[in-house]
Design a protein around this ligand. Structure first.
Ligand code: PEP
Ligand code: MG
Length: 515
């Protein structure tokens, strides 16, 4: 066999992790290009369309069943919005009327409709809706041809799926056992597909030069969705190096961190499905509930909806610590479109600052958390703090709601994320103002180095300095401290952080086995 060279390509990270596997190309656009002509008569075409709609609804209802325990999660909501599209009388009657009037095949009509929507819609929020419509249309078109097998249903173990665009339905029915990573050309961080991949812990990268790699003889691939690179045909040495990451493979005893008795392992939670998996005795509680990812409805969830979820989780945890972080919206997390002019850049208002500009959202969430605090051991965490004044203002609001609800301040602890360089530099003052601290290694690293790539290989001295300052502030003020973020997925760094004095690690569920 001819020797193949290792090729390394830069990519953007949508869902972190490391995936190994055989590449598999998927052409999701092609479905719109096939079968342009109306081959049968109009009545038959309409009947075929109606049957495909019915089949598509049935498929989505089936998928929904498998998410039955996840009723308030992102995935459930996306599935509901796909069902809404399939039941939308305007879209359906428009398609049928056009088949009649224009005498074109349903493929052509759906393609035309989609192009028209694309030209009309400029609002980024509705653009996401457009992605849903496109996904649903693709499903319907696939179902027009019942004999055609779904390529993704028949893949072997550990495949890496490469496509111009990965859409939610490519991910809904998959898991990390069969698919070790997704690579796309243009999927965005905020897309539903990326959000679902993150909630399923499947590595996902985008912005790959797909044309450039199509003609390469690809045998194996590594997707490094920590450093943002794809390695085609890795050498033996590279493969060995990546195996040490122990992300997608179960760590051997040798690879596990030497757990010390005083280490507490908490988990980061982004979906209700994950809550049902917290049965491992090693898990001390939830160290970070990413509430902005938990609901993902078109509107911010109501106070009652939030209360019911927080209460349910609190009861499940049976008094184990439960850290609920206030909505960390803004920048790349513009999920509810509450930012003025739909600005989604890394430097837009975010976290605490954005919440203070949207008081009703903040008050509702605090009320829901305070009410739920009567049912568990709840810690309220303030996200993306940049200034002490943000903490003081939010604490004032908490106090006033506590008084209104006649709930004692002792039912809840209030903490601050330390994930901006400004907060790290002000940590002494912040520590005095709060009951606990939580280091966000993802954002702290991103904003310290002004780069989206998080170094897993070694702890940079700049970050180490920050960590030392934060650890000292927590110690001096005698406040507990958590450490969250993807950086701690690396064993060497974990051990180093432990030696620096960090004892409460909050990791994603898949990384609990590293301990
Ligand atoms: C972090 O920044 O490390 C963190 C835990 O917050 P998130 O990843 O949700 O931004
Ligand atoms: Mg963060």
């Amino acid at each position: 066999m001819s020797k193949v060279d290792e090729i390394v390509l830069p990519v953007s990270i949508l869902s972190s992790g490391v995936g190994f596997g055989k590449p598999l190309f998927l052409n999701s656009q092609k479905i719109f290009e096939e079968n342009f002509y109306l081959k049968k008569n109009i009545d038959q075409e309409i009947l075929k369309f109606e049957k495909a709609i019915k089949k598509s609804k049935k498929q989505i209802l089936e998928i929904k069943k498998s998410f039955a325990n996840d009723e308030l999660s992102i995935t459930f909501d996306i599935l509901n919005s796909h069902l809404e599209i399939l039941n939308d009388p305007v879209i359906l009657s428009e398609a049928i009327n056009r088949i009649k009037k224009e005498q074109k095949s349903i493929q052509t009509i759906l393609k035309d409709l989609l192009n028209e929507y694309k030209n009309k819609i400029t609002d980024p929020f509705f653009k996401e809706k457009l992605a849903d419509i496109s996904d649903v249309f693709k499903r319907v078109l696939k179902n027009l041809k019942p004999s055609k097998v779904d390529i993704l249903k028949n893949i072997g173990k550990k495949s890496i799926i490469i496509s111009d665009e990965i859409i939610p339905s490519d991910i809904f029915e998959r898991d990390s056992l069969t698919i070790s990573a997704f690579i796309s050309v243009r999927t965005s961080y905020n897309s539903h597909a990326a959000i679902i991949a993150r909630s399923k812990n499947i590595p996902f990268v985008s912005n790959i030069d797909i044309e450039g790699i199509k003609n390469i003889n690809m045998q194996d691939m590594i997707v490094d969705a920590f450093k943002g690179k794809v390695i085609i045909n890795p050498t033996k040495k590279t493969s060995e190096k990546y195996k040490n990451f122990s992300i997608s493979i179960k760590p051997s005893e040798k690879e596990k961190i030497k757990i010390q008795k005083d280490v507490n392992i908490f988990v980061n939670i982004s979906s209700l499905k994950e809550v049902n998996q917290i049965d491992d005795k090693k898990i001390s509680g939830i160290g970070l509930l990413r509430t902005e990812l938990l609901f993902f409805k078109k509107e911010i969830p109501t106070q009652i909806e939030q209360f019911n979820v927080y209460k349910k989780i609190a009861k499940n945890l049976k008094n184990r610590p439960f850290v609920i972080r206030l909505f960390d919206l803004g920048a790349d997390k513009n999920f509810y479109n509450i930012i003025e002019n739909n600005k989604t850049c890394f430097f837009s208002s975010r976290g605490a600052d954005l919440l203070l500009k949207n008081k009703k959202i903040l008050q509702d969430q605090i009320t829901a958390i305070l009410k739920a605090s009567l049912f568990g051991n709840i810690y309220l965490l303030i996200p993306f703090v940049k200034d002490l004044s943000e903490i003081i203002l939010i604490k004032k609001i908490i106090k006033s709601i506590q008084e209104d609800l006649k709930i004692s301040p002792s039912t809840i602890k209030i903490g601050s994320m330390i994930e901006t360089p400004a907060a790290a530099l002000m940590v002494d003052e912040i520590a005095k103002e709060v009951d606990f601290l939580s280091i966000g290694t993802n954002d702290l690293s991103r904003y310290t180095f002004a780069s989206n790539k998080i170094s897993l290989k070694e702890l940079h001295p700049a970050l180490e300095k920050f960590f030392k300052m934060i650890i000292k502030a927590a110690k001096d003020s005698n406040k507990p401290m958590f450490l969250c973020g993807e950086m701690i997925a690396d064993k060497k760094i974990l051990e180093k952080l432990y030696n620096l004095g960090i004892k409460n690690f909050s990791v994603s569920l898949k990384n609990v086995e590293l301990f």
